[in-house]
Design a protein around this ligand. Structure first.
Ligand code: GDP
Length: 522
């Protein structure tokens, strides 16, 4: 191990943004990238809305939807750190990949819209972060708009998400009356629209030093009162608890106005963890610095170039250093090969990467060799802990339109399921194929790939939204417990699963069959 490698790894910060659509993820990402000088002009991240990426060669669905592949991973340098932001697609683009991306980061930034509070998709993504025990940093956005009371939002964090919070700064007014933030951590005030300097100093009592118009407003008084309350009744700041994901530091600001973003970034970089060790299946620790190059595949992006049917397998480097052309082993198959065709994604360019270290993400050109969760190593062979399976919510019955194509149909499904693109279920006797997904996009990608890669037209019949529950004591399940509202199926490992119509059907089933112990995956 060289000092240089150690320094490079220690400088890495790899995170994802979790938020509900429209909370401001794109806007905040743009501003962060601008601080790092990584993008040529603001707006490039928004391939979606500006159509800037229209000339690229992504698969049809991506073009139609305007998903920006290049924004899957964004990288920038800021004050001695190299920051990797992993995109977590939302809206219709939400898929299991969104969840899996959270398995590849060391921390998460949670954006909350001040007017909306905590929304559904944030809760789902938060749960995955919580399960991993990774640090979560909260940015309450759109303070230039009227929203909920800050104290109410802090309560919501505790009640809805069950995480304790510590306000690093506190808003003075909001909406039209937004005057700035009282920075508890840096002990200064950052005025929102100021003719003067970026910061205003506090005296030893924590009040604005000198004469200022702001001190005469009720918003200033209110902020000081709130802060006093937080000092007395709020949580104490503890970096250890932040690192364990038990306490979230909260920042207020406006991504659009680029206010509070740099303060957030600086504090985030100070406290966010560097690349963390990971466990193997045997529970051995893989140290980012000491262990030679290793990584795992957390996402496979299909058909970047339809003419070549190629895919990109996204690898999170867990340890060591990657060099182009190095020899590695794919642990699942034991096959060794050279890593040559590698791409790393910068903000708006697909660039070849020749060197990357633990914490970084590399994209490997894939012709179907990789599966989600695969480990690659350059030294001793081992496998990382398996990635969790997520409980799907949407289901589709699928058949081949042409019955003569059964073989291709099953081969295609098998491969796509193994790759992690979609989940496989089947009905008990007829063994009809039911696919499960967490987002609609997964079905569309499935349909498209079956046609393009396996030459099979499929018929997709919605089974709808279901609540999937696995069963601890399968031996006690009788087929008569199954009905239209509680469909009994098997998953790809032949475990029994009930697909309930809704919450009501789930409760009704439990009332009638209290002896059956149901559980959900993540
Ligand atoms: P995403 O869906 O989470 O990526 O959200 P966007 O970044 O696309 O933002 C959604 C909308 O909110 C856009 O119209 C933004 O201009 C707007 N927006 C984002 N941040 C702010 C903010 O701080 N203040 C205000 N007023 N609007 C914002």
């Amino acid at each position: 191990m060289s000092d240089q490698l150690q320094q490079a790894i220690e400088s890495r910060r790899t995170f994802a943004i979790i938020s509900h659509p429209d909370a401001g993820k794109t806007t905040l990402t743009e501003k962060l990238l601008l601080f790092g000088g990584a993008i040529r002009d603001a707006g490039t991240v928004k391939g979606k809305k500006t159509g800037k990426f229209a000339t690229s060669d992504w698969m049809e669905i991506e073009k139609q939807r305007g998903i920006s592949v290049t924004s899957s991973v964004m990288q920038f340098d800021y004050s001695g750190h190299r920051v990797n932001i992993l995109d977590t697609p939302g809206h219709q683009d939400f898929s299991e990949d969104t969840y899996r991306t959270l398995m590849a980061v060391d921390s998460a930034v949670m954006i909350i819209d001040v007017a909306k509070g905590i929304e559904a998709q944030t809760v789902k993504l938060f749960k995955v972060c919580k399960m991993r025990g990774i640090p979560i940093f909260t940015f309450i956005n759109k303070m230039d708009r009227q929203g909920k009371e800050p104290l109410e939002l802090m309560e919501e964090l505790e009640e809805v998400l069950g995480i304790q919070s510590y306000a690093m700064n506190w808003p003075i007014g909001m909406g039209k009356e937004f005057m700035g933030i009282y920075d508890r951590y840096n002990k200064r005030i950052e005025p929102f629209r100021s003719e003067g300097g970026r910061f205003m100093e506090l005296d030893e009592n924590g009040h604005l030093a000198g004469e200022h118009e702001m001190t005469k407003t009720s918003y200033y008084t209110q902020a000081l009162e709130d802060i006093e309350l937080l000092e007395e009744a709020g949580n104490d700041f503890s970096i250890d608890r932040v690192k364990r994901g038990e306490l979230t530091p909260v920042f207020f600001g406006s991504a659009l106005a680029n206010f509070g973003v740099e303060t957030f970034l600086e504090t985030y970089l100070q406290f966010a963890p560097q690349p963390q060790p990971r466990l193997t299946k045997q529970e051995d620790i893989v140290d980012p610095v000491e262990t030679p190059f290793s990584g795992f595949v957390f996402k496979i992006q299909a058909n970047m170039n339809p003419a070549h049917r190629d895919r990109i397998a996204f690898v999170r480097i867990v340890s060591g250093k990657f060099n182009r052309g190095m020899n590695v082993t794919l642990s699942r198959t034991g096959k060794s090969f050279k890593l040559s065709q590698t791409t790393q994604f910068l903000a708006d360019d697909r660039e070849m990467v020749s060197e990357a270290v633990a914490g970084d993400i590399i994209g490997l050109h894939d012709v179907g060799n990789y599966q989600i969760g695969d480990t690659i190593t350059s030294g001793k062979k081992f496998e990382f802990e398996a990635l969790p399976q997520f409980t799907p919510e949407l289901f589709m019955k699928v058949t081949a339109k042409n019955v003569m194509k059964q073989k291709h149909f099953h081969k295609g499904i098998l491969q796509l399921v193994q790759e992690g693109a979609i989940q496989y279920y089947k009905t008990l006797h007829l063994e009809e194929v039911i696919l499960g997904a967490v987002g609609q996009l997964q079905f569309e990608v499935f349909e498209h790939r079956m046609k393009n890669e396996y030459n099979v037209d499929v018929r997709m019949e919605p089974v709808g939204n279901k609540i999937a529950r696995w069963i601890e004591n399968e031996e006690d399940v009788k087929e008569s417990m199954s009905s239209g509202r509680s469909m009994l199926v098997k998953d790809r490992y032949d475990n029994l699963v009930f697909l309930f119509e809704n919450d009501f059907a789930t409760r009704w089933f439990q009332d009638k069959n209290p002896e059956i112990r149901l559980y959900s995956l993540l």
